[in-house]
Design a protein around this ligand. Structure first.
Ligand SMILES: Nc1ncnc2c1ncn2[C@@H]1O[C@H](COP(=O)(O)OP(=O)(O)OP(=O)(O)O)[C@@H](O)[C@H]1O
Ligand SMILES: [Mg+2]
Length: 258
């Protein structure tokens, strides 16, 4: 028995000859916060797409809690407890904030044909989901918008909503793609608080992609650096700062692209 929740072994995927992920190796410890950093186009989001099952690797294996998942459909991977958020925080603008969350819950009996004829089960589920959704909205501090259209939320508030939506599914592991990008400093503080709280109270494991190095250094137990589809460094946050390969590949390219 090891304490690894996720193991990515020699995973590769190409798009039209571009090796987006090119033999990536990494693992994630149970209950940890692990950050993936790297220049634009390094393959970070593609790695998340592979882990969540949105795309299948050309080669390599991905193990979650010791079981291979790389060939499973996305909803099967979600059922096992891996839930992701998206780089652009996807919310349904013309639905209320609350309904956005209720839709994020899993095992909605309303979606099953059998239960379509069992309104009692559906009602019970909806009431439960509603309570859970309100609780999460309170936890992330946007309960005042519960009955407003999600479209009125700021970019940062949408990120909070997207996080809450992911939590509705009761994940074991959360994949967060740039959760802090474009979020104002006050909301970043709030998000960080929520993450720490979730971690200590609910034993959640986080794998997150982030560009802001200060935030990364603050919250991560471990940092994985990707460049050109590979993992070029992996270690405690401090060790990353001193790594010359990281400085060259990451900071060098960042300068060139921004
Ligand atoms: N569906 C796709 N079709 C074609 N090329 C793709 C696809 N997805 C990713 N790529 C390419 O794969 C490479 C890695 O992209 P990816 O989005 O994973 O990078 P990233 O590290 O998340 O970058 P960023 O920091 O800008 O979000 C890029 O060259 C990108 O253009
Ligand atoms: Mg990306």
């Amino acid at each position: 028995m090891n304490n690894l929740i996720l193991e990515v072994n020699d995973v590769a995927i190409s798009f039209d000859g571009v090796r987006a992920v090119n033999g990536a190796n990494l693992n994630v410890a149970v209950d940890s916060v692990t950050s993936v950093i790297g220049p634009n186009g390094a393959g970070k989001t593609t790695l998340f797409n592979l882990i969540s099952g949105a795309i299948k690797p050309d080669s390599g294996t991905i193990l979650f809690e010791g079981m291979e998942i790389q060939n499973l459909l996305p909803h099967k991977i979600a059922d096992r407890g891996i839930i992701r958020t998206f780089q652009g925080a996807k919310v349904i603008k013309r639905l209320s904030v609350l309904d956005n969350l209720i839709l994020g819950g899993q095992d909605n009996p309303g979606e099953s044909l059998l239960n379509f004829f069992n309104p009692k089960a559906r009602k019970a589920y909806e009431a439960q989901a509603r309570d859970r959704a309100m609780e999460l909205l309170q936890q992330i501090g946007i309960e005042r918008f519960a009955h407003e259209y999600a479209g009125i939320l700021s970019g940062g508030q949408r990120k909070l909503l997207d996080l809450a939506r992911a939590l509705m599914a009761n994940p074991t592991m959360l994949l967060l793609d740039e959760p802090f990008a474009g979020v104002n400093p006050t909301l970043v503080e709030k998000l960080l608080e929520v993450l720490q709280d979730l971690r200590t109270k609910h034993h959640l494991t986080f794998l997150l992609i982030e560009h802001d190095l200060e935030t990364v250094m603050n919250i991560s137990d471990r940092v994985i650096v990707m460049a050109e589809g590979r993992v070029i460094a992996d270690g405690a946050p401090n060790s990353i700062y001193e790594n010359q390969a990281v400085i060259d590949a990451y900071l060098g390219t960042r300068k060139a692209t921004s």
